[in-house]
Ligand binder design. Structure first.
Ligand code: SFD
Ligand code: AMP
Length: 630
């Protein structure tokens, strides 16, 4: 441990993460920082060119409202998100992002991202809100703009530095600490404001992929709950920790389904050839008014499919062969039909090659020709992702101009996207109750939060105090897994089996088993109950005790140790919140077997807060107010 040098970096705005939200934040912050003579520092645990969820690329931009093009209104988008989340959404936050997202998309295009155009030069839509792109280099394009902006404003980017936790000065955030995953360096970042954008959380639940497939997930495993841990540990109020996301994906390689359902107009059918969206239509009556909205909310679409699976009516198939044939047949001329068929085949493969390459590999390995035979789809394990169709994240202030007389005291406290902790801002997966922002909305929200954070710094321009005595303790705590491994590993012949410690991978398996069996994972068919959740909490408490015995052989494994510690906190916040909400509101995401229906008294946000001084959790209800009329 003596070999670890402490590096102290002092800055004005500290951006944590280097993904879509952080890159948006960097571009905007650099502009306002330059005007105000301030310094911006961004820290990413990976190499920003290919870090985060968009590492592999994407094949669509899922949020484009098209306000100036006259396609949709802001109100249309707010209503869409409200309905998809079964009524639980912060409409001020959704509107705040929706009114800026189109300009972000235009920036992407200016920076070189190829967006599909039709012969009249208009964007090709996948669905009402989604645009098709050639997106294999999406992240590289977005990262380049962020890096250029930082450089022009004399800002700094630290890559391959893993952030462990927050530094506080009383009730104000004062910075962050972490370590390099390449060199023996412990980092202390001192800042006047901190913007958290470290993504969501994957591998909290046991994944369907196991053994040789372990690591394959829909959302990336390197989103490991750091945003949730950081905000909880700083004492910030969190929201929608129960609103996990379960995506339906092509089975075993997690290829996305949006292009098939929306662009190719495909159906999904069960093993008997039945379309569960039709045969199970009556079930929607139980979930009114949301059972009647169009499109049917994502969790209800999942639920109808799950009912078939639970009755043994699987496998479920995406009818790719039927969809391709129907689209080609729609053309009158046989030569045109043939050409169209080839075009559709190419688009089907490209959809995966752009963003989920393993799905294309699995198709190739299992002799799938999408035009010839259907492919299996399945409900994936739960993910924590505030930017897609889940909603978990920090409870943040909305913008002042979007408040009503009702919402002002509840949803607004001074700075847009600031959490309940002074100077701590959140965006993308890190901020909650503002779903359906996706890649573009996360970037836009990063821009909004950064502009607001710079305003906070200008109006609170003092450097918070960092207690360097405490920092020394945090350094020892951060590096403890390495010290433990060094001290104990030679005492057994196999370094993985040792009574003195637990290695991060084994610890992760233990966490995943608890979540899977008690909190409604794949094995429990997404069902849980009060008794199961209470037992799960007991086991999580024991796991947290053993976290002190995590051991790491090298810097890479040290990162794995802290990633899993972060996951544990996301898990605990989740279990506490599903336990608190005594109803089932999102069947298809999770089902409380002991409270199997939706209840009026739970038409509210379920929030939670950890008190770092006492170690106590508080659960609280917050009201839902609409800002857009029905
Ligand atoms: O269709 C630390 N997403 C899609 N969005 C779209 O707009 N279109 C699509 O086609 C999308 N699809 C999709 C998507 C994601 C994935 C994985 C697939 C397919 C296969 C969703 C978006 O990608 C997502 O909404 C945004 O990326 C969210 O942005 P953000 O910034 O909240 O998260 P991030 O981009 O993952 O970045 C996280 C960053 O944090 C870093 N990090 N840094 C330091 N210390 C730590 N401890 C850290 N922990 C994490 C990461 O390195 C990264 O830089 S479709 O399927 O939905
Ligand atoms: P996905 O590939 O499932 O992430 O979907 C991409 C986008 O299409 C997201 O905005 C989804 O909400 C939307 N989407 C996917 N499937 C459907 C569907 N069957 N009906 C309506 N919207 C969908």
């Amino acid at each position: 441990m003596e070999n670890f040098e402490t590096k102290v970096v002092t800055t004005d705005l500290l951006i944590l993460g280097g993904g879509m939200a952080a890159c948006g934040a960097a571009v905007e912050a650099a502009y306002w920082a330059k005007k105000n003579g301030l310094k911006v520092t961004m820290v990413d645990k990976a190499a920003t060119d290919r870090s985060g969820a968009v590492a592999m690329g994407l094949s669509a931009i899922n949020q484009y409202v098209g306000i100036k093009d006259g396609q949709n209104t802001l109100e249309d988008y707010v209503k869409y998100v409200r309905n998809d989340l079964m009524g639980v959404t912060r409409e001020d936050l959704v509107a705040s992002i929706a009114r800026h997202v189109d300009s972000t998309v235009h920036l992407f295009e200016k920076w070189g991202l190829p967006i599909w155009k039709d012969k009249n030069g208009a964007y090709v839509h996948e669905g009402r809100w989604q645009l098709m792109i050639n997106g294999e280099s999406y992240k590289v394009v977005v990262a380049e703009a962020a890096k250029n902006a930082l450089k022009a404003a004399n800002g700094e980017l630290y890559e391959r530095v893993f952030i462990v936790g927050p530094l506080m000065d009383g009730d104000r955030v004062a910075g962050a600490y972490g370590f390099s995953v390449r060199k023996n360096e412990f980092y202390v970042f001192k800042a006047k404001a901190v913007l958290v954008a470290m993504g969501g959380a994957v591998h909290v639940f046991k994944p369907r992929s196991s053994g040789e497939g372990l690591g394959r997930a829909w959302y990336p495993p390197w989103n490991s709950g750091s945003s949730a841990y950081f905000t909880l540990a700083a004492g910030a109020e969190m929201t929608c920790q129960e609103v996990r996301f379960i995506p339906v994906r092509f089975k075993d390689a997690y290829g996305p389904v949006g292009a098939w359902f929306l662009l190719f107009k495909s159906r999904a059918t069960n093993g008997l050839g039945e379309n569960y969206m039709e045969t199970r239509k009556n079930e929607l009556e139980k979930w009114l008014p949301y059972g009647h909205v169009k499109p049917v909310p994502a969790n209800l679409r999942n639920w109808l499919m799950m009912l078939d699976v639970m009755e043994g009516k699987g496998p479920i198939y995406m009818r790719t062969e039927e969809a391709i044939a129907n689209l080609a047949k729609a053309l009158p001329d046989p030569v045109e039909q043939k050409k169209k068929l080839k075009e559709l085949e190419a688009e089907a493969w490209e959809d995966f090659l752009d963003m989920t390459i393993s799905q294309a590999l699995l198709w190739a390995a299992t002799d799938v020709s999408p035009e010839a035979k259907p492919s299996e789809i399945a409900a994936a394990e739960p993910y924590f992702i505030g930017s897609h169709s889940g909603a978990s994240g920090a409870w943040v202030s909305g913008p002042e101009d979007l408040q009503t007389s009702q919402t002002k005291g509840e949803y607004f406290w001074g700075y847009t996207n600031m959490s309940t902790v002074k100077g701590l801002f959140c965006a993308g997966d890190a901020s909650g109750a503002s779903s359906h922002k996706f890649s573009s909305g996360s970037h836009a929200e990063g821009r909004i939060a950064a502009k607001s954070a710079i305003k906070f710094i200008v109006e609170n321009n003092t450097q918070p105090n960092v207690d360097m005595g405490l920092v020394e303790k945090l350094k020892a705590q951060t590096l403890a897994p390495v010290a433990l491994f060094e001290a104990q590993s030679k005492k057994t012949t196999d370094a993985s089996i040792n009574p003195a410690y637990i290695r991060p991978k084994m610890y992760m398996f233990r966490l995943q088993k608890i979540m899977d069996e008690y909190a409604g994972g794949v094995t429990s068919q997404f069902k849980t109950s009060k008794a199961l959740l209470q037992k799960g909490l007991e086991l999580i408490a024991l796991l947290k005790e053993d976290a002190k015995k995590l051991a790491a052989e090298d810097l890479h494994e040290l990162m794995r140790a802290w990633e899993n510690y972060h996951r544990t906190w996301q898990a605990e916040a989740h279990v506490r919140t599903i336990l608190f909400r005594e109803e089932t509101r999102w069947p298809g995401y999770y089902f409380r077997a002991d409270c199997p229906s939706m209840k009026d008294e739970w038409y509210c946000f379920a929030n939670c807060k950890y008190n770092p001084a006492t170690g106590e959790w508080t659960m609280l209800k917050r009201p839902i107010y609409k800002i857009v009329a029905d």
